[in-house]
Design a protein around this ligand. Structure first.
Ligand code: HQG
Length: 184
């Protein structure tokens, strides 16, 4: 059993490498974001005191299922800033989706809608609770935005869902956004 602190640290580094900076670890992702598990294992074992079994445990225990390990390859399920195409299928979203952010962002969001910023998509959740958790990572006061996903979808916008259940969109124009009633 690994210490929880080590597990979190390795998991964060895995997210960093697999989403943002494969180069920093001397890794090259394929066009869909996959890298050989053997290669990642070498990188992690040279930096941390972890075995192959430990790394598999980190993948399996990850609370948000951030990684998929299959056929000797591993990738991050969402959140990339490097140029990968996850080849996700378009899906019809639930009627409403949610996004949590800081109040200070609202002034520009209300002018330009939600933009994907450094990532490939705007990240949305099907439940308010998840949006609150995302918002809580931001400083200051928070807001929860409700996305009228049903109308957005019916008006031609595409939605995707990552393998770990994060809802993704290219952008959310302002006409589909409202402040959720649950906003403090
Ligand atoms: C904001 C975590 C001003 C947006 C979570 C957010 C998530 C605007 C920030 C995942 C804006 C981007 C992603 C606009 C958007 N003006 N601010 N027009 N449009 N923003 O980190 O959604 O733990 O790229 O509100 O669970 O915060 O990493 O996105 O505050 O799923 O697996 O710009 O990260 O997952 O920040 O978080 P991010 P996010 P992991």
């Amino acid at each position: 059993m690994m210490k929880a602190k080590l597990e979190t640290e390795v998991s964060k580094y895995m997210s960093y490498v697999l989403r943002h900076a494969p180069d920093a670890a001397g890794l090259t992702l394929d066009s869909e974001g996959w890298v050989s598990f053997d290669e990642l294992e070498k990188v992690l074992a040279s930096k941390y005191d972890v075995s192959r079994a430990d790394i598999i445990e980190i993948v399996d225990n990850n609370p948000k299922k951030r990684f998929t390990l299959a056929d000797g390859r591993i990738r991050a399920n969402q959140g990339h800033s490097v140029d990968v195409d996850l080849a996700l299928n378009q899906v019809e979203p639930p009627a409403a989706l949610f996004h949590g952010t800081s109040l200070t962002n609202w002034h520009s969001i209300e002018r330009e809608g939600l933009k994907k910023m450094q990532r490939h998509h705007v990240h949305l959740s099907a439940d308010v609770e998840t949006a609150k958790i995302v918002a809580a990572r931001r400083k200051g006061e928070h807001i929860i935005l409700r996305v009228d996903a049903a109308r957005m979808f019916s008006e031609g916008h595409s939605f995707f869902v990552s393998d770990n259940g994060v809802w993704l969109a290219e952008s959310v124009p302002i006409q589909y956004l409202s402040l959720d009633a649950g906003t403090p």
